[in-house]
Design a protein around this ligand. Structure first.
Ligand SMILES: O=P(O)(O)OC[C@H]1O[C@H](OP(=O)(O)OP(=O)(O)O)[C@H](O)[C@@H]1O
Ligand SMILES: O=C(O)c1cc(=O)[nH]c(=O)[nH]1
Length: 174
């Protein structure tokens, strides 16, 4: 019997995988890529994705956070689903006004789950975790929609972070 998780993974793949070419930061190219904005722009699918992500949260989670851009709608949707407060990470501190790089909930001393759409090398999640930890958040788990199994879990484990994913798919690079 196909599990609900596997069925949902198939649904995500059908909705959000797009034909490439998609150029990766390391120079590789994907012929088929995962487009998180297909999920974020479909209210029903985003709601379902949020519910599925919420099931991966440790029970003691006190707050959620994620980096711009793709994680922002996911964090908001999971926050709406769970009632947990949310914070949003800018790529760089705002250059006027508040000067903040972390916007939203105060995370100091809170067990915060880092959310993102995709994990590939894990560099983006690690950068975000470091920023959150500097800000005083307690970060031990990252949750993503898709793990490309390209080193993220190992890199994050080296930095005391566990990675959980809704879908694991190495995809094909050339
Ligand atoms: O594990 P990594 O090798 O760091 O790759 C994954 C990251 O790459 C993507 O961000 P990207 O900067 O492409 O885009 P975005 O601005 O659309 O979120 C994705 O949203 C992850 O944050
Ligand atoms: O592996 C992918 O499909 C993928 C990687 C990435 O960094 N961004 C994205 O939108 N898709």
């Amino acid at each position: 019997m196909t599990s609900p998780t596997a069925l949902f993974a198939e649904k995500i793949v059908a909705a959000a995988y797009r034909p490439g070419p998609y150029r990766l930061p390391d120079g590789g190219t994907l012929d088929v890529y995962f487009d998180p904005y297909r999920l974020a722009s479909d209210p029903e699918l985003l709601t379902e994705t949020a519910a599925a992500l919420a099931r991966l949260l440790p029970p003691d989670t006190e707050a959620l956070a994620g980096p711009a851009l793709a994680a922002i709608p996911l964090v908001t949707a999971v926050s709406l689903h769970t009632g947990l407060p949310a914070a949003f990470l800018r790529p760089a501190p705002k250059e006027h006004g508040t000067w903040r790089q972390i916007e939203g909930a105060d995370l100091a001393g809170r067990r915060t789950i880092l959310l993102d759409d995709t994990a590939r090398s894990g560099a983006s999640l690690l950068r975000s975790a470091r920023l959150l930890r500097i800000g005083g958040a307690l970060v031990g788990t990252a949750v993503c929609v898709l793990d490309r199994e390209a080193g993220a879990a190992t890199l994050l484990a080296d930095h005391h972070l566990v990675l959980r994913a809704l879908v694991c798919d190495p995809g094909g690079t050339r």
